[in-house]
Ligand binder design. Structure first.
Ligand code: BG6
Ligand code: MG
Length: 216
């Protein structure tokens, strides 16, 4: 029986991509680096350092400067996410988290962001989680399975008991690498490797997830 769901945060429960974009854009402008909204799409689910590397496009900088730029972007991001409130939950997210809890199952967070706890506090959903795994929890990020394995371990459940809900290709890859079943949100070209695919969580109930995974 499915006993828990492990949710990615960005693009699944809320859309922080816009705030990450504004942070990186401000840094890129200050440094005279070209960076567009389209470029930002390639940063979905990508950890902070790797994101900067993609923006730098092979330009080389001393390590000190790299760390300073990462910190500067993060400070801008922290300023922007002060605007986040429960209104920023994506449609269907709270309802589904509540329904899972009401059924006696568990919810865990599996986000690559080091700021994930702050974001779920601002969204007002911390009390709906039984475990939080974030960018501080493991060394190897998605597509390595470590973050989701960390979440399952915190819940005290085996991989077979948990289902990962993700919107990024690297996240689906991470789930499958760990032996988890995955629910993909978004276009099939992006998340088609998952066992079940929905456009988003809007209108998706626990029964729909269970049915899509043949666990009625
Ligand atoms: C992911 C986001 O969840 O977290 C990425 O999709 C982000 O865009 C990454 O770079 C790391 O986030 P943070 O908050 O630790 O810089
Ligand atoms: Mg995501």
């Amino acid at each position: 029986m499915i006993q828990a769901f492990i949710f990615d945060l960005d693009g699944v429960l809320t859309d922080t991509a816009e705030y990450h974009y504004r942070g990186w854009k401000r840094l890129a402008d200050e440094e005279g680096l070209p960076f567009s909204r389209e470029d930002n799409e390639h940063l979905r689910g990508v950890p902070r350092r790797e994101s900067l590397m993609l923006i730098l496009k092979g330009r080389s900088y001393p390590e000190e400067k790299i760390l300073e730029m990462m910190e500067r972007k993060n400070n801008y991001y922290l300023d922007f996410i002060k605007e986040i409130s429960p209104r920023d939950l994506l449609p269907g997210a709270r309802e589904l988290l509540e329904e899972i809890h009401a059924s006696g199952r568990k919810n865990a967070l599996g986000s690559a962001s080091k700021n994930a706890p702050e974001v779920i506090d601002r969204l007002g959903i911390r009390d709906l989680f039984d475990a939080l795994s974030d960018g501080h929890s493991v060394e190897r990020q998605k597509p390595a399975p470590d973050l989701f394995l960390h979440a399952a371990a915190q819940l005290g459940l085996s991989v077979a008991d948990c289902v990962v809900v993700e919107d990024a290709a690297a996240g689906i890859e991470a789930a499958l690498a760990g032996g988890f079943r995955a629910v993909g949100l978004g276009p099939r070209e992006r998340v088609g490797q998952a066992q079940a695919v929905f456009p988003s969580l809007d209108g998706v109930h626990l029964a729909d997830l269970l049915k899509s995974l043949n666990e009625e």
